[in-house]
Write a protein that binds this ligand. Structure first.
Ligand code: ARE
Ligand code: CA
Length: 477
């Protein structure tokens, strides 16, 4: 039998002593895998933690920015802070606190998206979501004109040239009022905001637009936070730019954009190549500093080669990422859209509509506004358990045949993907014990012969546009 989805989920929570093996269950180490829940309300994230994310074995969620923002329907209003009150269209302060508590009880940490480089980009005065009045360079009670950079280097003080470090860090990113993060008073007020979120129990922060703050400024702002506070710096790698992600590894981890850029083209060409298996991948931060992803909320609206729109192939890319031994993966879960600016489904007062995921599967067509619910896809859940079983076993050299590619994590698990239109049998050298294994990616029932290991070789039959994976715990008794 193939391990039914529910059993995989149970095994992941450790409730199931023996699923598909007569040898007793292998050791599992909870994998460090995150899930970005884009523009999902706090109440819904709490429900997701309890119903899907915790049981699947994700260790953290990355939320959208929680602070007060400008009023509008677009998703990106979240990135224009009006004040640092934790009141937004995604929920109230109490709802945020309750989410952190409930996720924690489900074994899931919360990482908040911290927008600290800038305030709003509105030239006209206005009133924010929670009622705070503001002008472009005046946020009563927090920041006034002199707390901002006014770079004087370009027309309207906007960043024009990413080749200029000074422009990138002291001019305005798309007109967003750029805080003078070198000033002690500014650092202190931003620090107070992060402290406030920590007091509600968050485990850490994504530092939005970190590239636009000098690495020393970021270090000063986050360096005083309690030890163990997790910092994920957003520094989009621009290969020819002067500011590189490596500058920020001293203050935390960094989103490594090279990873998805290298991964996606292989799915189009069917020509897979092994990454450099030493710790030194070119144009990549060291593995222990890297956050990797197939796409995120910016790249799915821009450069990403694979998104939810690619159905099966998108799942396959996530499978390979989750099987890899480089970096900490974060899976992305958003909503379908045609218009880049389109916000999430909302109530007439602007509050984002609550939404929890039922049983969805990869490749299901989602219409605009519908949530992709990637965290419930059986293949993703199966691969989280796979990752828990393989632990830190080294990644062995890959094997290709036609449009298929796969590799072993030494003695613990094998994985294969096929991006072509024909079934392929891939032979992967392995130290797994001989026997029959169930595939943990597919949602359907296992007939007991998905993968056969004999004489140190795993024979993996990979259907068209599918992924197959097996681990020590999916061996058929
Ligand atoms: C919106 C409107 C603008 C308007 C502005 C102010 O779209 O037209 O001028 O509001 O009123 C998000 C949206 C923006 C939105 C903004 C504020 O994407 O469209 O602007 O929120 O509401 C650079 C940065 C990188 C940044 C990307 C988007 O380096 O940090 O641009 N990513 C983060 C978030 C975004 C967010 C912001 C920052 C702002 O993830 O979602 O913007 O808080 C090369 C460079 C990159 C550069 C990239 C794009 O690749 O190497 O560094 O990324 O080009 O320019
Ligand atoms: Ca700046």
């Amino acid at each position: 039998m193939r391990v039914p989805f529910a059993l995989v989920a149970l095994a992941a929570t450790g409730l199931l002593a023996t699923a598909c093996t007569g040898q007793g269950e292998p050791e599992r180490a909870a994998p460090d895998v995150g899930i970005q829940l884009f523009q999902l309300p706090w109440v819904s994230i709490a429900d997701e933690c309890e119903q899907n994310i915790g049981p699947a074995g994700f260790s953290w969620v990355l939320t959208s920015p929680p602070q007060e923002h400008i009023v509008g329907d677009e998703w990106w209003v979240s990135y224009q802070p009006v004040s640092h009150q934790i009141e937004s269209r995604l929920g109230t302060r109490d709802e945020f606190a309750d989410m952190v508590q409930r996720c924690g009880d489900a074994g899931v940490d919360v990482i908040a998206d911290a927008v600290i480089n800038h305030m709003t980009g509105q030239d006209a005065p206005g009133v924010g979501w929670a009622g705070s009045s503001y002008e472009h360079y005046s946020y009563p009670g927090s920041f006034e004109f002199d707390d901002f950079h006014h770079c004087g280097l370009t027309p309207y003080d906007d960043i024009v040239d990413y080749g200029s470090r000074e422009q990138v860090q002291t001019c305005e990113l798309v007109n967003l009022a750029d805080l003078d993060t070198s000033a002690p008073a500014v650092r202190a007020r931003l620090g107070a905001y992060l402290d406030d979120l920590l007091s509600l129990g968050v485990a850490g922060f994504r530092i939005d637009a970190a590239k636009h703050m000098a690495a020393d400024d970021v270090a000063a702002i986050v360096g005083r936070l309690p030890e163990g506070t997790r910092i994920l710096n957003e520094v989009i790698r621009g290969p020819l730019e002067p500011i590189q992600p490596e500058e920020y590894t001293g203050s935390g981890e960094v989103f490594e954009f090279s990873y998805a850029r290298d991964l996606a083209p292989q799915f189009e060409s069917g020509l897979f190549s092994d990454p450099d298996l030493s710790d030194e991948r070119p144009m990549h931060v060291p593995a222990d500093r890297a956050i990797v992803f197939v796409d995120n909320h910016d790249t799915e609206r821009g450069e990403a080669g694979l998104t939810y729109r690619d159905g099966d192939l998108y799942l396959l890319a996530n499978v390979l990422m989750l099987a890899d031994d480089y970096g900490t993966p974060v899976v992305y879960s958003g909503y379908a859209f045609s218009d880049r600016d389109a916000g999430p489904p909302a109530e007439s007062d602007g509050t984002v509509t609550d939404s929890t995921c039922g049983a969805a599967s990869a490749g299901d067509l989602v219409t605009d506004g519908e949530r992709t619910c990637v965290q419930t896809w059986p293949g993703i859940v199966g691969m989280l358990d796979w990752r828990a079983v393989v632990g830190d076993a080294p990644r062995m050299p890959g094997v290709s045949a036609g449009d298929a590619y796969g590799f072993e994590r030494d003695g613990r698990g094998v994985v294969a993907v096929n991006v072509g239109d024909e079934e392929i049998v891939l032979e992967i050298p392995t130290a797994l014990p001989s026997g029959d294994y169930c595939d943990v990616v597919a949602a359907s029932a296992c007939d007991g012969a998905d993968i056969t290991v004999a004489d140190g070789v795993a024979s993996v039959t990979v259907p068209p546009r599918a992924a197959v994976a097996a681990h020590l715990g999916s061996r058929v008794p």
